[in-house]
Design a protein around this ligand. Structure first.
Ligand code: FMN
Length: 388
């Protein structure tokens, strides 16, 4: 069992890196097929009189009790094997230098195999200032959740919902019952904030509503558009062919809209994290303007700390390249906010003007017009204002 988990984790790392690099090179070279990104059609209205000094632009935000100067973080990926522990050490060095939180990949390996725990303890000791977020599947017990949270001294625990991934894995889980009860118990008894996240297939209105109903106050919708675990599992598996399922899931933009509608209808001001396929600082500013509290990125950081690097590329180079990337992105976010004429995330939500793509408006009308005929045309901009 442990060997299975270990080789799976190494496979995930390798394949996620390969798919990311392939998609990225297609985009930069403008050749081949790449999926249309609806987020590209979300447009800010340019403001020629911003009357804003960049020095006054704050990017501060908070989620799950974590206060951050920058509105993005490293989302869950890996850990527990020699190779993946090295990736975590590089990511932790980046987090230590920049102050951005680091969510670790699923720590179920530490629950099942005590020998893997030392590497997590060393990570905590060697990077004392890092805000770690632990990660576990919803099938786990409260005791296991407590174990992994304590092991890494986590500020919060992410619970991942990955049914779509498990079902295409030959060795994957087939029984998805009991998750809601477990999450409900984590929320009420764990003692650290709980974030419930998808793994790249997005959450629907109904999923978010169920989570809010059991007291979850931070949801990471982790939508489709970036790392695709059906594609990854498909590539690992010679026996079955799930090519036809690779378009499964709800895009990050649509899932964020679904989550905002759920919050509005239930009058619960929960925190929403947008993640999945985030590619640049403009994507981040758009998701924040639409109502996300923070934005998570996985594959781009994985690529920066491992990919594109030759064997001679040292860990130190990879870390410093990634630190530079984060600082550059933060600067770009500040620049974009400056020309929009806003000085805080709240200001961005309240005052930046946005035009939504017709395809999204049509999607929302099909999803919500029946139930909410008078208000369904309320734009996402006004949804985000509701959240303020
Ligand atoms: C190599 C790799 C391993 C991952 N492992 C986990 C995991 O253990 N737990 C989890 O919640 N999400 C995991 N994810 C999913 C990410 O947290 C994220 O939801 C997804 O990759 C979409 O974001 P991206 O497009 O920025 O990569 C993993 C992603 C990658 C690339």
């Amino acid at each position: 069992m442990d060997t299975h988990i270990s080789s799976r984790k190494d496979d995930h790392l390798r394949l996620a890196g390969q798919f990311y690099a392939a998609a990225h090179s297609r985009q930069t070279e403008q050749i081949g097929r790449s999926e249309h990104r609806e987020i590209d059609d979300v447009q800010f209205i340019h403001n020629s009189l911003p009357e804003t000094n960049r020095a006054d632009v704050s990017r501060e935000t908070s989620f799950a009790g974590i206060h951050v100067d920058r509105p993005f973080f490293i989302n869950a990926m890996t850990g527990g094997t020699e190779k993946t522990n090295e990736v975590n050490r590089r990511l932790a060095a980046v987090a230590q230098k920049t102050g951005i939180p680091l969510a670790l990949g699923s720590m179920s390996i530490a629950v099942k195999n005590a020998q893997t725990r030392d590497a997590y303890k060393a990570l905590r000791q060697d990077f004392p200032d890092v805000c770690f977020i632990a990660n576990l599947g919803a099938e786990h017990t409260l005791e296991s959740a407590g174990l992994v949270t304590d092991l890494i001294g986590a500020s919060a625990l992410q619970i991942h919902l990955n049914a779509a991934q498990e079902i295409v894995m030959p060795e994957g889980e087939r029984d998805f019952t009991g998750w809601i009860d477990h999450i409900s118990q984590f929320v009420s008894e764990l003692g650290v904030p709980v974030i419930v996240k998808e793994v790249g297939f997005g959450m629907s209105y109904a999923t978010v509503a169920k989570l809010l109903d059991i007291g979850v106050m931070t949801v990471d919708i982790a939508g489709r558009g970036g790392t695709n675990f059906i594609q990854i599992e498909n590539a690992r598996n010679a026996e079955h062919d799930y090519d036809y399922l690779e378009g499964w899931g709800i895009s990050t933009l649509r899932s964020l809209s679904e989550a905002l509608f759920a919050c509005r209808d239930m009058q619960i001001d929960a925190e929403i994290i947008a993640s999945g396929g985030v590619q640049n600082p403009l994507d981040i500013v758009k998701y924040l303007a639409l109502g996300a509290d923070a934005v998570g990125l996985s594959a781009p950081f994985l690529h920066s700390v491992t990919g594109g690097s030759s064997d001679s590329d040292s860990a130190r180079d990879a870390v410093s390249r990634t630190v530079d990337l984060i600082q550059e992105w933060d600067g770009h976010i500040a620049n974009i906010m400056t020309i929009l004429g806003v000085t805080s995330i709240e200001d961005l939500r309240e005052n930046a003007e946005i035009v939504l793509p017709e395809s999204l408006v049509q999607y929302l009308s099909q999803r919500f017009a029946g139930r909410d005929s008078e208000q369904f045309l309320m734009t996402l901009t006004s949804l985000s204002k509701f959240r303020k």
